[in-house]
Design a binder for this molecule. Sequence first.
Ligand code: BGC
Length: 568
Amino acid sequence: MSGEKIDQMIRSSVMEDASSLEMDSADMDSAHGPSGYRGLFKCSNIFLYSLFASLGGFLFGYDQGVISGVLVMRDFETRFPRIGGNGDLQGWVVSIMQLGAFIGALINSPLADRLSRRYSIAVACVAFLIGSVLQAGALDNSMLFVGRFIGGIGLGQISMGVPLWIGEIAPPNLRGSAVTLQQFAIASGIMISFWLDYATQYIGGIGEGQSQLAWRLPFSLRVVPAATLLIGCFVYLPFSPRWLVKVGREHEALAVLSRLRKLPENHPVVQAEITQIKAGARFDALTIKEKFPNAKTPAQIAYQQYKELFTQRHLSKRLFVACFLQFLQQFTGVNAIIYYAPKMFKSIGLSGNSIPLLATGVVGIINVVATIPAIGIVDNFGRRGVLMVGAVFMSLSHFIIATLYAIYENSWAENLSAGWAAASFVWFFVFHFAYSVGCISWIYPTEIFPLGVRAQAMGIAISVNWISNFVIGLITPIMLTQIRFGTFYFFFAFTMILFLWVMFFLPETKGIPMEEMDKLWGGNEGKETAERMARIQNELQCESRNIPIYSKTSSYSDEVDIELQEQY
Ligand code: BGC
């Protein structure tokens, strides 16, 4: 039996059980309502929950952005001569945060599975708060380093936990838009931290008398959104219904789902979705149980799940895609601009004290503004189209900047308009990054993995984002000095790779329910799989009709449920 056939069987049984209404896949999608802004306003609770959780993205952006302004503040330079100004430890104090985040993204997988997506975000906020307090109160270099490292761990966890949670609460028609709110929040965090640094540098004056508040304040203010998110994890955000099903709390999952969809528990759409989620979760649990009968403890199961990710072809394919997308997102060179924009603007002849900083401020604003249409389009136009359009314009920008740089590198002063043209293409690049790969690289990994390995896979993918971010932070200043205009040809090459790779290899995921992603990757093929699916389908059909299940197969899922409850 083909995978597709099985899916159809599950789907038709689901529909039958739910209401005896006849709904096919397209009906299901439209039953969830419109996508984009219209959908978000209609599903206001999904919008508000996602927006609130995106405070995590705000922290991410704020933390990335705040350091560049602080490093050049007079009082900071005086207190930390090896870090501020041109200090020899500067690169490290910036990048130790990314290293922490790399670790944070990885360790969040077991936490998100064991504690829940929601509480793993709370743990992340605590780490972030500790890091922030250490940085704001830093008396010496080591306090700053430790603070940035611990804060970075929290940030890595947040950057993985928030999109994971949002992706799991959103209906398929709004998943892209809802996760895009995180990118919107990242961009807002970068922009606000930049302008805040710009304002607080005047506390006590920008010269000798500058107050230490000038830098301690921007470091401390982030505790406000972090503490708000922490409290919200306990009093506002619901559990992910998919996580609840995964740990065997199916009744709660149904209640949460009905609240999220603003529909009664017995509504056909809610029933269809919960049955689909249950089928996916049971399938994963049963697969592990049958393939690895000796894996009993959560650690053994987690180990097998990690192993599966690398050894099962359909999973390793997805893992590669998720990681490569993260890698390419960073190698578009966006952070070369975010971190080094003032330096770049200076080098292309925009002189004067405030012009490079203001030009950088414009980067921040464009980055936010360009994310706004993305919220409306990713679920309408699909991931591939948006990525390809973005990649074409990003490559074009890099190509033009590189060429202008090559021609005018020794004569910017006499060719001011060439400098402004190059600056405009830096802004043009940021615009096209923000709505395309900026958003989609967060959406894609949340949606392509089966529930059983989703947290692990996301942890790995997001850690690739952070380690690539780290590499870019480190190599950009070297490239700008050594290969100069070649730096932009280098990024041009990667944006072209992004375009070609998406065009030829990346499958479209728009509107596909998470539990049906297997179809795209060949995950539900094979005889064994077909039998397993059929057994689950049989059970779910019986359950939803309240028929006691006496068949031999039923004991599988009962056992799996009991085991899951014991584990958690
Ligand atoms: C990236 C960050 C980048 C930001 C810019 C995010 O999607 O992961 O590294 O600084 O976008 O807006």
